[in-house]
Design a protein around this ligand. Structure first.
Ligand code: ZN
Length: 248
């Protein structure tokens, strides 16, 4: 069966430009409702800080059957902090998130920037999956691979891609193997008047929500299975599909 994963990076609005939380207050409930109505499961990579500020909203994520993952504590750029600081932020965030639901096994670094030599922080702290890499960023990983016990699953497209017109995006998505999409709650709030980069604000709000809904319906109609990151990694394990990469 063909597979697709929708992932959501839950953070302040459009970092590093804003510190507001309209995405959590207005966008996240819209996404939760959409996924509930479409009966699909997704993965929410959430910062520890958002979980501290909005525990009830974050608690609902695993309650609705979605996977809760970790997106750092304060949306750190892990390529700009040392390994010790990275470890402290990740452990702190994991503890906060685990207070609100089951064990956290999936991780994605902000900006998809996570030095490969930091992957053993994840391994040492009970994670199993790292989605801090992308097919469209060097070294352009074509498919998931393992480092130690950690399965690295690349994101397939950048988030603003999903806000382009459907006739452009659907044929591209159709040609992807196991697409891993990602969005942010703040993209489902009208950010057109915010002082942020153009690619962050075009077609945000209602357009983005309608478009994501249409993408979900498109793949449901085609019989795709919507999986969480953990489910995708577990299936790959059973099929022996992932490549093993040495830590060097
Ligand atoms: Zn992020």
């Amino acid at each position: 069966m063909k597979r697709i994963a929708i992932t959501i990076d839950v953070e302040q609005d459009c970092p590093p430009f804003l510190e507001t939380m309209r995405g959590i207050e207005e966008g996240l409930p819209r996404l939760m409702e959409l996924f509930w109505n479409k009966e699909i499961k997704t993965t929410f990579f959430t910062t520890g800080k958002v979980a501290e500020l909005y525990p009830e909203a974050i608690e609902r994520i695993p309650e609705d059957g979605h996977e809760l993952g970790c997106h750092g504590y304060a949306h750190e750029r892990f390529d700009r902090v040392n390994k010790e600081q990275a470890g402290i932020a990740i452990v702190k965030a994991k503890e906060i998130l685990e207070d609100l639901g089951p064990s956290i096994v999936s991780f994605r670094a902000p900006n998809l920037k996570f030095p490969q030599e930091y992957v053993d922080i994840l391994q040492g702290n009970g994670f199993k999956i790292d989605s801090s890499i992308a097919k469209y960023k060097p070294p352009f990983p074509g498919k998931p691979y393992m480092i130690g016990d950690i399965t690295r699953i690349p994101a397939s497209i950048t988030s603003s891609f999903l806000r382009l017109p459907l006739p452009i995006i659907l044929p591209i998505l159709d040609n992807m193997h196991d697409p891993v999409l990602f969005v942010h709650p703040w993209e489902f709030v009208d950010m057109s008047h915010s002082p942020i980069r153009w690619d962050c604000k075009f077609n945000t709000g209602k357009f983005a929500l309608k478009s994501l809904s249409a993408v979900i319906m498109h793949f449901k109609t085609k019989g795709y299975n919507f999986l969480t990151m953990s489910e995708m990694a577990a299936e790959d394990d059973n099929r022996n599909e992932v490549e093993i990469v040495s830590q060097e």
